[in-house]
Design a protein around this ligand. Structure first.
Ligand SMILES: Cc1cc2nc3c(=O)[nH]c(=O)nc-3n(C[C@H](O)[C@H](O)[C@H](O)COP(=O)(O)OP(=O)(O)OC[C@H]3O[C@@H](n4cnc5c(N)ncnc54)[C@H](O)[C@@H]3O)c2cc1C
Length: 485
């Protein structure tokens, strides 16, 4: 079984099917640091991935299943490495869970073709999503471009029931002597060998951190994911009411786990369904709203398959390629550092820089500020998020950025620009979140915290706002309106 971003033993379709159908089983992980770098993956997401892999290795070991690690430079090297492995280990079959961005799909097709020639059957399973991307279409047979009809069709196709998304049993342990049947390591052509240990650095990405099991503030592994899910169960019924308030812990914070696969999407749906009479849209407003967010995730995963041009650094709406982005380097640097002088934006960016995560409401606020008020190309923000986020996921990140920049499908209309000050007053009314990330403003009164008056700036060594949000909003709207003309 070939592992990718599905780093768990429980409810893992490919692993379960492999343990069911094979007498002997090895699990493989192939790191491709050059490809990761070209995809813009940052240290946080890679550390989360590789440390989770270490945890899984220990779990599989207890089940007498070996986990082999291999590092090759790029996706393009994977098929020849797997062909050698297949021959040396005399594999009959290879099982994996499908991945959907274009480069991953191309890699997987090449592997299937190459191993097919060696009579090794390759099977990819639906596991990262609830249903196969591409399988849910509009009346005219196209992929959905708009979320609400997608959600409606999804729910009605499944008779508003979560039953189809049951979790699989944890795979059985293999006999005690099974481990001994497998070699400790295998020499492959070139400098990289298949080994049973996961190194501390992989292609320049750090994995170990003094033996600490944390990526910044995030505990890693399947047990940590399960604990996070359990904790969220206590507040899921209030999710609709409080999910937009960043000072509160009312969202699940499961995204880092869902992304590297230490929690499955079905485990999330089952938890919500338990609070919702088994339904997708049911009596608990909190659980129903949460399922809707899980379906946004599903929607964006389907989008990359239905409209692969979004994977090629292109806007979904081709005409928005002509937006005259101003791209001032200094503006971008101040936004990255959380020094724009707009407290809610700066607190959010500092949350990202310090924890590797940002609250969803704030992701929308900072993305709108960068792309509209600073008229900076959304792709710069997208890349910065990829580099910082511990939950960096191409489909969700690209979807979120194109939504905020009004370049995407079902995006925010270009004339609806978030006002960061109103967002701040509404969702952080007493400034608790701002104060927790901007110590310079800790003593500022509640009435001034969202937009500190000029004379406070020098006193608190906090910069004045770098732009007038009303003026810059007008300029952005005009730039987009000119595209139409
Ligand atoms: C500009 C921008 C960039 C984003 N980048 C990413 C990213 O790289 N990785 C990522 O996982 N999410 C991304 N999101 C979506 C969302 O912000 C995060 O999934 C969410 O904040 C994670 O927190 P949570 O787990 O507490 O979410 P919850 O509110 O508890 O939601 C549960 C799960 O649903 C999914 N989800 C929720 N909202 C969205 C959404 N709008 N789009 C897609 N999936 C969603 C996530 O998997 C999340 O873990 C981005 C959103 C924006 C606006």
């Amino acid at each position: 079984m070939w592992l990718r971003n599905d780093l768990r033993a429980s409810d893992n379709t490919a692993l379960y099917r492999a343990t069911k159908s094979c007498d002997a089983l090895a699990v493989l992980y192939i790191a491709c640091p050059s490809t990761w770098a070209s995809h813009g993956d940052g240290d946080n997401v890679v550390a989360m991935r590789l440390r989770s892999l270490r945890k899984l290795q220990a779990t599989l070991h207890k089940k007498n299943i070996p986990l082999y690690f291999l590092e090759v430079p790029a996706f393009g090297d994977v098929d020849s490495a797997l062909a050698q492995i297949a021959q040396k280990l005399q594999l009959d079959a290879l099982f994996a869970n499908a991945e959907y961005p274009v480069n991953e799909l191309a890699r997987d097709q090449t592997v299937k073709d190459t191993l097919g020639k060696l009579d090794v059957a390759v099977e990819y399973f639906t596991d990262r999503t609830l249903i196969p991307p591409g399988s849910l279409t509009t009346g005219s047979g196209d992929g959905f471009k708009v979320f609400t009809p997608f959600k409606r069709a999804f729910i009605s196709t499944h008779s508003n029931s979560a039953e189809a998304f049951g979790c699989l049993p944890t795979p059985r342990a293999l006999p005690a002597d099974h481990l001994e049947q497998w070699p400790e390591w295998i020499a492959l052509d070139g400098e990289h060998n298949l080994v049973r240990s996961i190194p501390d650095t992989v292609g320049g990405y750090g994995v170990a951190d003094g033996g600490e099991e944390r990526v910044l503030k995030w505990p890693v592994g399947e047990a940590a994911g399960a604990r996070t899910l359990k904790k969220f169960a206590e507040v899921i019924d209030e999710y609709d009411e409080w999910r937009d308030f960043p000072a509160r812990e009312n969202t699940s914070r499961l995204s880092p786990y869902l992304n590297c696969g230490t929690v499955s999407i079905r485990q999330c749906v089952q938890l919500a369904a338990e609070h919702n009479d088994g339904r997708l849209d049911g009596p608990s407003k909190g659980a129903t709203t949460w399922i809707s967010e899980l379906l946004w995730r599903e929607f964006y995963q389907h989008l990359v398959v239905n409209f692969p041009r979004v994977c090629r650094n292109k806007p979904f709406k081709p005409e928005t390629e002509a937006v005259p982005w101003s791209d001032r380097e200094e503006d971008f640097a101040r936004w990255c550092e959380g020094q724009t002088g707009v407290p809610i934006v700066d607190a959010a960016m500092r949350q990202l820089n310090q924890t590797g995560w940002m609250h969803n409401r704030l992701r929308m606020v900072v993305a709108s500020f960068l792309t509209k008020n600073l008229l900076t190309d959304w792709r710069k923000g997208e890349q910065y998020f990829m580099r910082q986020l511990v939950d960096a996921d191409f489909a969700a990140n690209n979807g979120g950025w194109q939504w905020a920049a009004s370049t995407g499908t079902d995006a925010a209309p270009y004339f609806r620009v978030f006002n960061p000050y109103s967002q701040s007053k509404r969702f952080d009314p007493d400034g608790e979140f701002i104060r927790s990330y901007i110590p310079e403003l800790a003593e500022v009164a509640e009435r001034d915290i969202h937009c500190p008056p000029q004379d406070l700036f020098s006193e608190h060594s906090y910069p004045p706002p770098m732009c007038d949000v009303t003026e810059s909003r007008k300029i952005a709207i005009e730039a987009f309106a000119n595209l139409k003309k």
